[in-house]
Write a protein that binds this ligand. Structure first.
Ligand code: PRX
Length: 654
């Protein structure tokens, strides 16, 4: 494979501004010794065991790592409970009455749960789940808005040793059904609805649609969130139960299960290069160790911090850095249910000011939207409580980085640009805020104990320059597999080079100072507004429409979302193409997958450009969608197809 072409990265590498850690922060940071990198590299197992020891274990491990490439087991023989580590262990000291969750609903309602409150709620819901027959190892699906009950349900599952599978509330009924069936979940926890930009997302109605084809589900628990008439709820007798009614009857005591370090904690579905999302499996001991460690060091978390990660819990960022990482550290976690521009474009800054947020972690897409909306919105608020900013999910362009630094961070907060994936479970490449001299646009260095490299497609390491990002040592929070598909685990991640080297799917460059600059995916996975979308999934959704013969989906650059979806579609003989059909196809994809996957552009094509062997040439389509000069077409079966498509695309854009 040729090295990914990214002219913009050459500009990035000319970026020579460097931001040293602020003196005050550096002096009191959780990590101040630059020697940690070398120390961790010389003995990563001891390094990770040090963090694991800061957690509560029932029985200690006998061995830190068993590495039989590509299968790793961490903290062998150790037993612990993730919920106990996130909740119970904070009850003995002053954290007992410290706010654990400070939640705000979109309409402006709010709730604060101390660690003691959280313990009561989680234990009671754990009893509820047990009462519904959920046993250790069973899967529980969660399809919910961003309300405290979602975190409570996750922790309740962890408490009784059940495996949670959170499905983001923006996914469709069909996506929910597919995920429930893949994991054979026995219970679904949902809500009547959730608030988004002043409207109700009718979750229970969508869940009902999904439940038509999910024979494994025995019980459905429904949280009353929106009430009212916006999303009327039909309760199916015997199957459906109101959360608040079950909670009233259940015991507030529930003995936690002693879990093996390698017992499954959760499964989370993510898009890949095939038509079907993969259930990424995370286990207990290693996962908790690394999310705990990275939250403490990357965010420099202190006991008096007010920490806000804006991600939805439906994505891995929410699992690791809204729930498990910060709660394992005993932090005060802010959660906000709704949209950043509701009712005004300063909603986030209003929350930061009112709740005195000190650490703020968001995605570049949001930052670019804030930039576009204008400086006046953050300017209306006192953001002086902030002391550290984070970025995650997609490459951050230097312009957005600088804006974030100035207008949100008041030129005083360090920015940690953190690279990681659903599969890595926790942050892998990142600055350490008390040590790293950051450069706008670079995620800087591998976290201590993590070993990352750039490689050519043939596997040769690249010291300085571009190539494919590889991880060359196992890490505690690595995925342990793909649910129900052991072969795909090996072929997807561990087969590009030798079976002990993990292929990330990302292209990256490394500069002379050893810093990494992430370039985006090199496979058929797109990153739209920080959300992973597989082109194959969208293509399958499109060809599922009765009028579509063939479809090819590519990503094109988008000013705010990073990438946007462009779909080239050929319709069946005799089908007239129209704006109405464009709208119908977009709606069809939203219905099949969810609104996150709705294409931005649909271009009808008489033919798709193909090689003589019949392979669609996506590279050409990408060039067309980005309005670039079309590259080499010599292998095309019919070069005239490209010229025609270019004309059509231009007319769509105009
Ligand atoms: O392409 C990388 C991009 O997001 C992908 C992982 O997506 P997902 O599993 O949904 O997890 C997102 C949140 C961790 C990666 O393969 N990505 C994530 N963080 C960054 C990034 N790209 C550049 N810079 C980042 N900081």
């Amino acid at each position: 494979m040729p090295e990914p072409k990214h002219p913009e990265i050459d500009d990035l590498l000319r970026e020579n501004r460097s931001f040293p850690p602020p003196a005050g922060l550096a002096a009191s940071a959780n990590v101040r010794d630059p020697g940690v990198y070398e120390k961790a590299a010389s003995d990563p197992e001891t390094f990770w065991a040090g963090f694991a020891r800061e957690l509560d274990w029932y029985t200690p491990w006998t061995r830190v790592l068993d590495w039989q490439p590509p299968h790793a087991r961490w903290f062998l023989g150790g037993t612990l409970n993730a919920c106990v580590n996130c909740v119970d262990r904070h009850l003995d000291g002053p954290r007992r009455d410290k706010p654990a969750i400070v939640w705000e609903g979109e309409p402006g309602d709010s709730r604060t749960l101390t660690y003691a409150d959280l313990h009561r709620e989680v234990s009671t819901f754990a009893s509820v789940l047990k009462g519904l027959g959920v046993r250790r190892g069973d899967r529980v699906a969660l399809y919910m808005p961003l309300v405290p009950e979602l975190a409570i349900a996750m922790l309740a599952c962890a408490r009784i040793g059940a495996v949670h599978s959170v499905v983001f509330g923006g996914f469709s009924a069909e996506s929910l059904r597919g995920r429930i069936n893949d994991a054979q979940a026995t219970v679904l926890v949902t809500a009547d609805g959730g608030w988004r930009r002043g409207s109700v997302v009718p979750l229970k109605q969508m869940a009902d649609e999904a439940l038509g084809g999910t024979p494994s589900i025995r019980h459905v628990v429904v949280v009353r969130r929106t009430g009212g008439s916006e999303a009327p709820v039909r309760m199916s007798r015997g199957r459906d139960h109101w959360y608040h009614e079950l909670m009233q009857e259940a015991s507030a005591e529930c003995e936690p299960e002693r879990m093996d370090a390698e017992d499954m904690l959760y499964v989370l579905y993510t898009s890949g290069t095939t038509g079907k999302p993969k259930g990424i499996v995370h286990t207990t001991g290693g996962y908790l160790t690394q999310v705990y460690a990275t939250t403490k060091w990357v965010f420099d978390l202190k006991d008096d911090d007010v920490y806000w990660c804006t991600a939805d819990i439906g994505w891995v960022t929410g699992h690791s850095y809204v729930v498990y990482g910060p709660l394992a550290n005993g932090a005060t976690v802010v959660m906000y249910e709704g949209a950043p521009d509701w009712p005004g474009r300063d909603r986030f800054w209003d929350i930061v000011e009112r709740l005195k947020v000190t650490i703020f972690y968001t995605a570049p897409t949001a930052i670019r939207a804030f930039m576009r909306w204008g400086d006046q919105w953050p300017g209306k608020h006192n953001l002086g409580s902030l002391r550290l900013l984070g970025s995650v999910g997609e490459p951050i362009n230097p312009e957005a980085w600088i804006w974030y630094h100035r207008h949100i961070g008041g030129d005083r907060c360090p920015i940690v640009d953190t690279w990681w994936q659903t599969e890595t479970g926790a942050i892998m490449i990142t600055p350490l805020p008390g040590l790293t001299h950051t450069k706008p646009g670079s995620a800087t260095r591998a976290f201590p104990g993590i070993s990352a490299e750039i490689r050519t497609s043939e596997g040769a390491p690249v010291e300085v320059g571009g190539g494919l990002l590889a991880l060359t040592r196992p890490w505690p929070s690595m995925l342990r597999g793909i649910y129900g598909d052991p072969e795909r685990y090996v072929s997807q991640y561990w087969s590009r080079w030798t079976n002990d080297v993990y292929f990330t799917g990302d292209g990256a460059k490394r500069d002379g100072s050893g810093f990494f600059w992430l370039l985006g995916r090199v496979d058929d996975v797109l990153n739209v507004a920080g959300h992973r979308i597989g082109t194959m999934e969208v293509e399958s959704a499109l060809v599922d429409h009765p009028q579509v013969a063939e479809a090819a989906v590519v990503g094109r650059a988008h000013e705010i979302k990073g990438q946007a979806l462009a779909a080239f579609v050929t319709v069946k003989e005799g089908t007239p193409t129209s704006d109405a059909l464009v709208a119908e196809l977009k709606a069809h994809v939203a219905k099949k997958i969810g609104v996150v996957a709705r294409p931005d552009d649909i271009i009808f094509a008489a033919d798709l450009p193909k090689t003589r062997s019949g392979k669609i040439m996506r590279r050409l389509l990408r060039d067309i969608a980005e309005g670039k000069t079309v590259g080499d077409t010599t292998t095309l079966a019919d070069p005239a197809v490209v010229a025609k498509l270019k004309d059509q695309y231009r007319s769509v854009e105009e």
